[in-house]
Write a protein that binds this ligand. Structure first.
Ligand SMILES: [Zn+2]
Ligand SMILES: [Zn+2]
Length: 261
């Protein structure tokens, strides 16, 4: 559908969660087994890091202790499966524009196979609202705030963060407000997206093609229009399933290949 053979490595799933983030299931080893069983050559866990988030629901990210365990478990699995499949420890950084230096300190505190940057929690009046949530309360609050304004701030904050944060890939770039109704990008958003993509190209930051989008809307995050713009900007692409269950590792990767449907 979307990519030529040499444009994206579909033998690597670079975005996989674990139950350590409280909203995924299965042992880490089960994810590795699933990746191996579907013929992948590499699996990179990309667990949630957030800081300074004031959210009334349960935390969707790892504690400091959980990250220490996670790193060790990734190392154990990398050794155990050596020669069969590569296993990497990565992190999905959740952007908090107020906490850039703390975030960079955390990135520097470990060796990562991949550092992904996402932006999940939008701040309003001292509280955070999850932009990727399907919960009615979150959706109602974004309807009230105005989608256009929220999305403008979203893309601007990502672009500005790249002047401080050292990251390898931006994840599910057009996924925010995905469960809100009537969301459409306006001219200003496209302008901000192009600026963000240009900044990524300059810093050699890849664009993630997140196949969880197929379940939500029949195409990956991002969709074809942003992929075209990214291609023109000269960006590199990496694939990620965003699996929160072992059986979702590598999901829909076959749909990304050009000539297939
Ligand atoms: Zn998650
Ligand atoms: Zn995410």
């Amino acid at each position: 559908m979307l990519f030529a053979q040499d444009e994206i490595d579909l033998t690597s799933d670079g975005h996989v969660h674990t139950k350590l983030c409280h909203h995924a299931e299965g042992e880490m080893e089960e994810y590795v087994e699933a990746a191996w069983a579907c013929g992948l050559k590499e699996i990179i866990f990309l667990e949630h890091f957030e800081v300074g988030i004031n959210y009334k629901e349960e935390a969707t990210w790892l504690s400091g202790d959980a990250f220490r365990f996670y790193q060790k478990e990734c190392q154990r699995l990398a050794q155990k499966y050596e020669g069969q499949i590569r296993v990497g420890a990565g992190v999905e950084i959740g952007l908090n524009p107020q906490k850039l230096s703390e975030i960079q300190d955390f990135i520097d505190s470990y060796q990562w196979a991949r550092v992904g940057l996402s932006y999940h929690y939008f701040e309003s009046d001292g509280e955070h609202i999850n932009m990727l949530s399907r919960k009615k309360d979150n959706i109602d609050r974004f309807d009230y705030l105005g989608h256009e304004k929220v999305l403008s701030q979203y893309f601007t904050a990502l672009r500005d963060a790249l002047t401080v944060l050292d990251v390898d890939v931006i994840c599910h770039i057009d996924a925010p407000l995905r469960y809100c109704h009537g969301v459409e990008f306006v001219t200003e958003h496209w302008y901000l997206i192009d600026e963000l993509l240009a900044e990524m190209a300059k810093k050699k930051i890849a664009l993630e093609i997140n196949t969880s989008g197929f379940d939500v809307r029949g195409e990956p995050f991002p969709g074809a229009a942003i992929i075209d713009r990214a291609r023109r900007a000269g960006l590199k692409f990496v694939a990620g399933s965003d699996a929160h269950r072992p059986q979702d590792v590598g999901r829909y990767f076959d749909r990304l290949r050009k000539g297939l449907s």
